[in-house]
Structure formats: C-alpha cells, structure tokens
Design a protein around this ligand. Structure first.
Ligand SMILES: [Zn+2]
Length: 111
C-alpha cells in the first residue's frame, strides 16, 4: 500500500487520454458554418470540450470501478468487497464533480 488512496482521489486521466486537435475541429466547424448561422450556433468552446473529455474519462473510471465491484461481490472476501465499494464511491464522486464542473461552466459561459 503506497499512496494508492491518493492516486484514486485525484483520478488521473487514464492512459487512453490524448489531447485532441481542438483547433482543427474549430476551423472545420467555422468553415462549414454559413455566416447567417454563426449567431445561432456559436463555435465550440474549447474549455467545454476539455471538461467534457474529463467527465468522460471520469465516467470510464467509474464504470471500471462498478465492474470491479460486481466481480468482487461475486467472488471475493468481505475485505476486498469493502475496498471495491469504497473505490466505486470515490469514482462516483469524481464523476459527479466533473459533471458539476461542466454544468457550471456551460451555465456561466453560456456555451
Ligand atoms: Zn465555454
């Protein structure tokens, strides 16, 4: 047991996390958007996309934690099960916090 709890609390993005070429997407979107539609549809907000990606990453962690919980409930000791319950709780709170951040951003930024 070396710093495992701390690692879970911060929920680092998993190894699949890659930074996407946002600028490319933005350029593409504005190329395809006629002028009269610009006011109706704002260009994608970079921060919102980042927060969305973060939320998706946290959701993946949460899903994995729930899968581990399911496995633990079927075959493991009470101690292992308790740990899986705890991990799933941590992952759930992280996901909810990420979702909250996204909602707060879109509410404040209007994007
Ligand atoms: Zn925004």
């Amino acid at each position: 047991m070396k710093g495992r709890g701390a690692r879970l609390v911060s929920i680092p993005p998993r190894k699949t996390t890659r930074t996407r070429p946002f600028s490319k997407q933005n350029a593409l979107a504005s190329d395809l958007t006629p002028d009269r539609m610009q006011s109706a549809k704002a260009p994608p907000c970079k921060n919102r996309e980042i927060l969305k990606d973060r939320m998706r990453a946290d959701l993946r962690v949460y899903r994995d934690a729930v899968a581990a919980l399911e496995a633990a409930s079927l075959e493991s000791t009470a101690k292992t099960f308790d740990k899986a319950v705890k991990n799933a709780g941590i992952a759930q709170r992280a996901f909810q916090a990420a979702r909250e951040r996204l909602n707060q951003h879109t509410a404040a930024h209007g994007c």
